[in-house]
Write a protein that binds this ligand. Structure first.
Ligand SMILES: [Zn+2]
Ligand SMILES: [Zn+2]
Length: 357
């Protein structure tokens, strides 16, 4: 596992990743402020992603602290439209009526009320964030009249010198943003720098390079290609949707390893989308594999049985009840992924964190 030991304790919620790029951690998701003229007061700027629902006031407050009052962004860009990246848009678009919003054409169905995303798969990832994913908002946003397609030539509105790159897999229209001179990458959820499925890791923000959030990723072949493409860019810094930004050779080595061993490190071995993707086009989701009902139901049945046994045992012994340990430790849909047993070299490579039980 490669880590520079950054954590929530040492990294504030709002910080400057590199000159001109500020990050705001909104509970568990990041959004980014990019200055067109770093260091200049009241620089023009662009917002990348928009946090959780209800976050507009917080986002604007930090913008004013850096870029001054009454200085709205030149544009808002979305890496993708999941609720934790587009949640604050309603308030922001109302506050900034003339500011355009951009996303990839394949993301527009989910931002114009035409389609919901493929349903999450709570059986993969093996953490509190994954297990709760069936509770996350599902209805598509509708920003008709405000959202428009990113330019087809790869340029980025408001950010001269930056490029947008298609990085599908986590969503069909997922994009990353890259500045090739300083090699600054804003990668959304193409990969993360925290174990995004784990509630504990999300709280601590313990820094490790990791695949895209598994419960929300419906096309693992595309996600692998995207990670390899981003690794080929050899970024100097990666600012992701979840986790603290990573830098330098630590980042590059971990990203190369993630790309090379993506199926062992990131791809679920079982689960709804593990071997068959959701299919989507410009009108939205066309088909999804069937849910993993049997596995999920089996898990619930095992949980119920263990709860009953534990309750009976405790009642019989008349002792103070102990904390119940969730049965998912040996859940069949949550395989151990120790690369020591998977690597063709027979040893865990230096690189991304291997999520373990
Ligand atoms: Zn996402
Ligand atoms: Zn996300």
């Amino acid at each position: 596992m490669l880590s520079n030991h950054a954590s929530r304790a040492s990294t504030p919620a709002f910080y400057e990743v590199v000159p001109g790029l500020h990050a705001l951690r909104d509970v568990f998701v990041n959004l980014y402020y990019v200055a067109v003229a770093p260091g200049q007061p009241r620089s023009p700027w662009v917002l990348i992603d928009a946090g959780l629902p209800g976050s507009a006031t917080k986002i604007k407050r930090h913008a004013e602290a850096v870029f001054g009052a009454n200085n709205p962004p030149v544009a808002i860009l979305l890496t993708h439209g999941h609720f934790d990246h587009a949640g604050g848009l309603g308030g922001l678009l109302a506050a900034w009526p003339g500011v355009p919003l951009y996303a990839h054409p394949l993301e527009l169905p989910y931002l114009t009320g035409r389609s919901s995303y493929p349903p999450p798969d709570p059986t993969v990832g093996g953490g509190l964030m994954a297990w709760n994913s069936f509770l996350y908002p599902k209805s598509p946003y509708d920003f008709n009249g405000r959202v428009q397609e990113l330019p087809a030539d790869g340029s980025v509105p408001g950010l001269p010198g930056w490029r947008w790159l298609p990085t599908p897999g986590h969503t069909a229209g997922h994009v990353s943003f890259f500045e090739p001179v300083r090699k600054v990458l804003v990668a959304g959820d193409a990969f993360t720098t925290v174990v995004a499925e784990s509630g504990l890791a999300t709280l601590s923000q313990k820094q490790v390079l990791h695949g895209p959030p598994a419960y929300f990723t419906p096309d693992w072949d595309a996600a692998r290609t995207s990670v390899r493409h981003l690794a080929d860019l050899a970024p100097e810094v990666a600012a992701t949707g979840h986790g603290i930004a990573m830098h330098g050779e630590t980042l590059r080595r971990a990203l190369r390893t993630l790309g090379e061993y993506f199926d062992q490190l990131a791809r679920p071995r079982a689960g709804r989308y593990a071997h068959e993707p959701a299919v989507a086009d410009a009108s939205g989701v066309r088909s999804v594999p069937p849910p993993v009902v049997s596995t999920w139901v089996k898990g619930l049945a095992v949980a119920g049985a263990l709860l009953t046994i534990a309750g009976l045992a405790l009642a019989g012994r008349k002792k103070k009840p102990k904390t119940y340990r969730a049965p998912y430790r040996d859940h069949p849909a949550r395989p151990s992924r120790s690369l020591a047993r998977q690597s063709p070299r027979g040893a865990r490579p230096a690189g991304p964190h291997l999520p373990e039980a």
